[in-house]
Design a protein. Sequence first.
Length: 482
Amino acid sequence: MSSPEIAPQRDSVIEQHSIDYVPSSERHGKVWHQGPFWFTGNFVLPTMVAGFVGPAMGLSVGFSVLAIVLGVGFGTFFMAFHANQGPRMGLPQMIQSRAQFGSRGASVPFAATVFVYVGFLVFDTVLAAQGIGLVLPDNKLFWYPLLIAVSIVIAVVGHDLLHFVQRWLTYALIVVFAILTVVAIVHYSSNPLVEGAPAADAGWNTTAFLVQISLAAGYNISYSVYVSDYTRYLPAKVPAGKLITAVYAGATFSAVWLMSLGSILASYIPNPDPILALREVGDLLFPGFGLIAVMVSVLALISIMGVNAYGAMLTGTSAVDGFKKVRPTVGLRVIGLTVVGIATLIVALLIPDDYIGSFNNFVLLMLYFLVPWTAVNLVDFYFVRRGGYAIAEILKPNGIYGYWAWQGVVAYIVGFVAMIPFFSTSFYVGPVADALGGADFSFAVGLIVAGGLYVLLARTIDHDAEAAARTASEAELEGTHR
């Protein structure tokens, strides 16, 4: 049985909403659309790069894939449960954090989230330009601004175009990469190892196994900051179980598939480059198929760049609104996206050529900053307030949730500090991680400490006052949109 669908009232192809509430009269879409959206959203080359790590550290393909399955399965669990917040609250993902942190207290997770979005935009831009450079002149000063501009145009049109593009790219990606994966497995399992290939010395490595789990988990946990942005237009009463399952299935399947393919390539190709590795394997089928695979991957990168630009704009606008009330107009969205684009271009031009090493550190940093936030946000939604919020008050910087909600801020800070001894990066290894040979358990510590502490601190919340505000909020929101 399909989920309920309400015909939206839209006068323009360009999305009109931003960080504001989406009223019931404009809710639309189907639950199953979330599956292909998150499949394509995760089926991009940075995902494959995350699978290079295990083999590079001496882990065999089998153990690398096992670590990926465990990490992705764990990380996506948290990401998928954010999906239910969108239709219940009708708000983008990060502005919901005001209920736990306050309109200004949310600045720290907001800043970390913008860092995530811009970081992914940078890596996507670099990879997409590298792919295009296989067939056209490789000129960063031309391709970087053009690719970023295209992503901004997609994000200006907004939510529905992003869903449409992601959904239809799913079919092309499945066909092309199913063929590519079969070719890789058949070829590498039946041919001698290339000299210098990591598979020659690969086996069990405890540190590598744990690092691969952490990277895989952190990679999908990072998508938590996106989820409600793309579920908030669904009708409020869509089945929670079906919605969470659709998001979980799409994001898990694509991440496990592409990271595992990355592990295969990294095991048999010395010092693999994601673009060149794709072309090399694809051309084993017939000359030119590798280029087809790369070009399809470039399209997926451009699409997810639009998703990242859109999310960065929403989060940045939410941050500004906490200090100075803004009107979420289309014009403001264009300005916000332009700022995001300029920042992305500057970083992309400055990033070192060894971006794969930078990418691994980036994923870990995402994990460190986002884990305490996702713990607090999910615990509040499912266990403390149980989905009951005064939405109109969230949209007011000085509303009932205040500028600073000390419970969430304290839980976040303590959770982050508790993770520090477990950090393991190329530039810092905490004492516990060092004692464990570089293994990184910080995500588990952050989830438990931040989430557990918030449950205790949340006992001081005045739920009676919030219930009265919630009743007034419902009348105010739907009344103003009739």
